[in-house]
Design a protein around this ligand. Sequence first.
Ligand code: HSE
Length: 404
Amino acid sequence: MIAHHSGCRHRARVAVLGCGVVGSEVVRQVLARGDELGLEVARVLVRDPHRPREVPRELLTADAEEVFAAAPDVVVEAIGGVEPAGRLVERALRAGIAVVSANKTLLAHRGPALRRLSGASGAPLACEAAVGSAVPVLAALRQLAGDRVLSLRAVVNGTCNFILTRMESGLGMDAALREAQERGLAEADPSADLSGRDSAEKLCILGSAAGLAELTPDAVPTRGIEGVCPDDLAEARRAGRCLRLVAELEAGVPGLFARVGPALVPRAHPLASLHGEENGVLLRCELAGDLFLRGPGAGPRPTASAILGDVLRVLGRARAERGEGRRSATSPVRDQRIRVRGPRASCPARMLGALRERALEPLDLTLTRHGSTLGVRSRDGCAVALGVALATEGGESLVTPVLE
Ligand code: HSE
């Protein structure tokens, strides 16, 4: 059970609607990091408060009246589906309470109406977590407001990408889906993932945020990956391609092209490089050219990251204002590997000597030889110190940190 500290007056109060994989992760993070985030849990709305959970019993309620009576500053909606989530989101917005929603189904079907309500009441509505989970694609589209997005091509369903890449390594679809479910990637009803419906919903949200189109999912021709078999993947491989579930939207002349379906993507294409539950969005913009955003696209922790970012944003709190948990940038200590190329590479003892002669004694320096690669644990900056020492010794040595 996670400790629950309440009553800290400067913390903003967060009500969480729904306590499935995403809602419970948000509650867990707020309970564990309340001081750092400046947040506390007001109430958590669940269907059955008696079911055992890792959340203090006194926070749970099945009664929406109790949630609103707890006077939350922000409502996080993680129920999913159009109703009852829609009614609760509307009620919060009408009451002037900021809403953060991870619910792509609700936003794809009722996004424009909810945004109008948010505009009229002045209560913000944020939904970064609804598309791409931790990948800040809606934030990127906000920043591109001065540009013109011409098209987007995206992998926006983590479950399908996970399944396709697991099938590429020889696993069957059913086993890959089970694994995705165990990792908390798939929807409660995974047919929403497999059929492409989840991707179509996200495409509608992206289209609207990109200023390309106001679409509803039924207007997007959609095919899923249910029919994909190992032979399809083998054939794609033989053709030097990968099979990905791609969502596309392009402003054409005339009209608009929108589609969700499996596509054969050349191996060198950015979307082919997405593995497991990763999502990626390729934006073609008139001024900026091509931008590619990628990262964890599903799962409780990445989704909680996006939700908490939205919560702090709607509360008007930037990271710098939170003030806690910041570290100094002086003399950080970390493991660093460096590679030395040149005559000194063959002799670690001489390199250590060269450093010590110049009183460059990094903390806890150990050199282990492996070809011309040396493992070092030292203060950050040792590579620079070593480079300086070797350069003044004469000879041509190149010291480079090896990024992992
Ligand atoms: N089931 C969704 C997916 C969760 O796999 O992408 C994130 O929206």
